[in-house]
Design a binder for this molecule. Structure first.
Ligand code: UP6
Length: 260
């Protein structure tokens, strides 16, 4: 699998978030996104400050943290600026356009105020993109479409994946890429300015007993054709999360460099 450099991919998009991310990865030499699914916001912030130097993206699930409060977004944005990473709230929106407008802009979490990137399922149809775009585009945010999933028995495959590719093509200003597992096998053509991010990554491979399926960083970047590895438990459950983040960062970057 032969790939373009991140620097070159940055020139293939007008999407602000995608451009920022391509340039950030090239400058910082990391394609590691950490899925920080820890128990509290307090732990998340401590972890983000420690592993910040290793990552291009911090991925959150803000509804996991019982101590989420109005200061959460501002604190994370400070850390993002300090360590040069982007924030990705993995909200997986899945409702009609009108409902996601409220879920994205207001409610408890006010995601659009602090998260550079979020994502959506395409199951409702393109109205979900229109709704999220109304909120996110004026703020310079980017959206990932879930084109595939890492879990066993996922329904996101075949025609569904092709439909996600077609929907992304209609919204190049707001859709910045995909959650995907094997874009190198996709039949439909897609813009190379779009970013491919892949969860289900662990150095040992295997699974978790609840459907998660792991690939190694090397395989994800070189064979599956992804651009960003998303690693959760492989890092935050490690005895030394900082050392583990450094190890995943090196594995992801070495794979990218060797595929150039
Ligand atoms: N995630 C997946 N698979 C998908 C989409 N998202 O695992 O298809 C998310 C999970 C979790 C992270 O919600 O935050 O990626 C994976 O974590 P793990 O490395 O601990 O398995």
């Amino acid at each position: 699998f032969k790939r373009d450099s991140y620097e070159h991919r940055a020139t293939l998009t007008e999407n602000k978030c995608a451009k920022d991310l391509w340039n950030l990865m090239a400058r910082k030499k990391t394609n590691l996104c950490v899925a920080a699914d820890v128990g509290t916001a307090k732990e998340l912030i401590v972890l983000a400050d420690k592993i910040g130097p290793e990552i291009c993206i911090l991925k959150t699930h803000c509804d996991l943290y019982p101590d989420f409060d109005d200061a959460f977004g501002a604190t994370l944005l400070e850390l993002a600026a300090k360590h040069d990473f982007m924030i990705f709230e993995d909200r997986k929106f899945a409702d009609i356009g009108n409902t996601v407008v409220g879920q994205y802009s207001s409610g408890v979490h006010k995601i659009a105020d602090w998260s550079h990137i979020t994502n959506a399922h395409i199951v409702p149809g393109a109205g979900i993109i229109d709704g999220l775009k109304q909120v996110g585009l004026p703020k310079g945010r980017g959206l990932l479409l879930l084109a595939e999933m890492s879990s066993a028995g996922t329904m996101a495959k075949g025609q569904y994946t092709e439909d996600a590719i077609a929907m992304a093509a209609k919204h190049p200003d707001f859709v910045m890429g995909f959650i995907s597992t094997r874009p190198s096998a996709w039949k439909g053509a897609w813009s190379r300015g779009l970013v491919q991010m892949t969860p289900g990554v662990q150095l040992g491979g295997g699974g978790d007993g609840l459907g998660q399926q792991y690939n190694t960083p090397d395989r994800v970047i070189k064979e599956c054709g992804s651009d960003v590895i998303i690693v959760g438990r492989g890092i935050y459950k490690a005895a030394d999360p900082v050392a583990s983040a450094a190890e995943y960062r090196k594995a992801g970057w070495d794979a990218y460099v060797s595929a150039l």
